[in-house]
Design a protein. Structure first.
Lengths: 438, 225
């Protein structure tokens, strides 16, 4: 009997392999998926922009011969001691608890080697990071874990965290596996519990209250240190305007590629806006208030290389901040630990179960043996190398555009590869003078 | 006694004097006119008496000092205080003692909502009533309420204790009434005695705290999360 021809098995775009596996996992466990990191979607990003470079109508600067300034001052609006950074790349807030003490020390060492700042996180300031960070930004978070006025006065700047790009409107989460004795003590919590951080500050709501909160922090610190306000990239035009109106010296806008220590996958991938879409509305808000370059703007969320730095600055940012990339520089997801990653059911490059405390690279863990895998001195050197490379890359591009200061880059230096990125970045589609939406 | 008058000095001037004063100094602050952020960040044993009502964050992040407000206080009284004593003769607004790590707050009148939110070791005594969501996510310390408590008292509470002499409108998630043991009666007596409160009847107080059922995620609690 003649067999009928058979069609190829057809997989569904809607129910793809990942989706199906997540449905099965949810059905088995009854728990939503929690992970670290930022959005893994294929979002419009800085790769969708290109620099035009100089030619006849613009002339370039000589690479390595003519200087291109990278220094930036953050927070000189109201504070008497603003941050003076050698490079416009800062290290984003990441907590001791989420990270090992060695990782925090390495971040401080690396940042200090190149003259930039690092930032505390939920859980307070450790002596390791204060000791090894020449310029340390102290975060004031809704949980107030570990918050105390002595550390506040040791800080070089204060960052009021309103939101985080990975989870706009969401609080923090540190599961029991990572609440060891030291973390528990710093957070005044029982050891081993699943620690939830609230999504709202306990003592203020809204911009009018925040203005008074900023006043209080300035009065406690004698108006010396800058006050940053960090918002998630969700409504950047309004949030940046309100933060500036409330008296912030610096506003940090964190897009949805920005990482978190742990939150729900559904949150990371479905709430917030791509970093690329956040920059121009944030800049416009400051420009309309007459505060662009007076209130500095830091952009974060998926910044990876000098080209990303240059593009963010060209769109109007004063500096960028990196978190996930800094961890990769330290050794996160390094292929040399491939076998260990496989034991955890993942691969080097895909590992994101940072909340479970089993990080083979010894970074997102409180396990003493694993944490020892990270040499803070070596890690700091690696981070410094990486930051230097990013800076030189950004300078290379800026010189090619004829700019003797990274912050002289401008939207006019850019074009976009896609209609979407042209609309989001507010620059023309390549080969046209068309900016969608204008 | 040093007199600091808002009719003559700015907020910055007054806070600077308080923050840089010698130990054991005594200050009387006049005409505060509801000023915000007054007497914040004091880091030594001094005594401050404020004659009149104050705005937001009075005595915020206090350490060591004794601060008395002869009047009422706005939101965030003694927020994140570490030690020392705060005494308000009138009422206080929202978030009194928010995330306070230590020391004590005595309110002779009523406290609004979220009194003792995220408290981390502070003792708060309210002679009147407290509003809704008081002791929300309270981690450590004691909230003593002579009057009534609003809805969702002690929601998601950790290891703090709540003592209530009046009625409780409702308890929040994971907050339960607990047995008042001799140990807790003694503890309560100490808290009141340390705050120089004498007009109380220990037998009228009930104790509330965490059922500890939300400490680790359990899918069967999904309706509560």
């Amino acid at each position: 009997m003649k067999k009928n021809s058979i069609t190829e098995p057809r997989t569904s775009h809607t129910f793809d392999a990942y989706t199906n596996s997540e449905i099965r996992r949810a059905a088995e466990t009854g728990i939503y998926d929690i992970r670290g990191g930022g959005s893994k979607r294929n979002l419009p990003n800085f790769d969708d922009l290109l620099f035009l470079g100089a030619s006849i109508s613009r002339y370039p600067l000589e690479g390595y011969r003519e200087s291109c300034n990278t220094k930036v001052i953050l927070g000189d609006r109201f504070s008497s001691n603003p941050l003076n950074l050698e490079i416009p790349i800062t290290i984003a807030g990441m907590s001791f608890g989420a990270l090992s003490a060695q990782a925090k020390e390495a971040l401080g060492r690396g940042a200090s080697l190149v003259g930039t700042s690092t930032t505390t996180g939920d859980g307070g300031m450790t002596k390791e990071e204060r000791g090894h960070s020449k310029q340390l930004v102290y975060q004031l978070l809704p949980s107030r874990y570990g918050m105390n006025p002595d550390d506040l006065r040791k800080a070089d700047a204060i960052e009021i965290v309103v939101g985080q790009g990975a989870k706009p409107g969401g609080g923090g989460m540190l599961l029991g596996q990572k609440i060891n004795d030291r973390v528990a003590e710093m957070r005044t919590l029982p050891k081993g519990i699943d620690q939830r951080s609230p999504c709202r500050h306990p003592d203020w709501t809204g911009p009018d209250d925040m203005e008074i909160k900023i006043l209080e922090l300035r009065e406690i610190t004698g108006w010396k240190v800058p006050i940053f306000v960090k918002v998630a990239g969700s409504r950047p035009y309004y949030d940046v305007a309100l933060a500036a109106k409330s008296g912030a010296d610096v506003v940090v806008v964190d897009g949805m590629q920005g990482g978190t220590a742990a939150t729900q996958e559904v949150f990371i991938e479905n709430v917030g806006m791509p970093t690329l879409a956040c920059v121009r509305p944030a800049v416009r808000a400051l420009q309309e208030l007459g505060l662009h370059r007076k209130v500095q703007l830091i952009i974060s969320g998926g910044i990876r290389n000098g080209a990303d730095v240059a593009k963010a600055l060209a769109l109007g940012a004063d500096a960028v901040s990196i978190g996930s990339a800094a961890l990769i520089a330290l050794g996160d997801n390094d292929p040399r630990y491939q076998k260990d990653y496989e034991k955890l059911g993942t691969t080097a490059g895909s590992f994101d179960d940072w909340h479970e405390g089993l990080d083979p690279a010894g970074i997102t863990t409180q396990d003493k043996k694993l944490a020892k895998r990270l040499d803070p001195k070596l890690g700091g050197r690696r981070l410094a190398n990486y930051l230097n490379v990013m800076t030189m890359e950004a300078q290379t591009i800026a010189r090619a555009c004829g700019k003797n200061d990274l912050r002289n880059l401008e939207p006019e230096d850019l074009c976009a590869l896609t209609v979407e990125s042209a609309a989001m970045a507010g620059v023309p589609l390549a080969g046209t003078n068309w900016i969608p939406g204008t | 006694m040093n007199i600091l008058d808002f009719n003559k000095l700015s907020l910055r001037d007054i806070n600077k004097v308080l923050q840089e004063s010698d130990k054991n100094s005594f200050f009387s602050i006049r005409n505060p006119k509801g000023s915000h952020a007054l007497a914040v960040g004091i880091n030594k044993q001094i005594t401050v008496k404020v004659i009149g009502s104050v705005g937001y964050y009075c005595a915020g992040m206090n350490k060591f000092s004794d601060i008395k407000v002869e009047g009422s206080a706005g939101p965030g009284l003694g927020e994140n205080m570490m030690s020392g004593n705060i005494h308000v003769t009138g009422d206080v607004s929202q978030y009194a003692g928010a995330s306070g790590h230590g020391g004590s707050i005595l309110v002779e009148g009523n406290a609004s909502s979220r009194c003792g939110i995220s408290m981390k070791g502070v003792d708060i005594i309210v002679k009147g009533n407290v509003g809704h969501m008081s002791a929300f996510m309270a981690q450590k310390g004691n909230l003593v309420i002579f009057g009534n408590a609003g809805h969702a008292l002690g929601d998601s509470i950790y290891e703090a204790n709540i003592y209530v002499a009046g009625e409780v409108a409702s308890l929040g998630a994971d907050c339960i009434e607990k047995k008042m043991t001799k140990k807790h009666l003694s503890k309560l007596e100490n808290i009141l005695s340390n705050a120089n409160v004498s007009d109380y009847n220990l037998d009228t107080f009930r104790r509330f705290g965490s059922a500890r059922s939300l400490y680790n995620f359990n899918v069967d609690n999904a309706k509560i999360y």
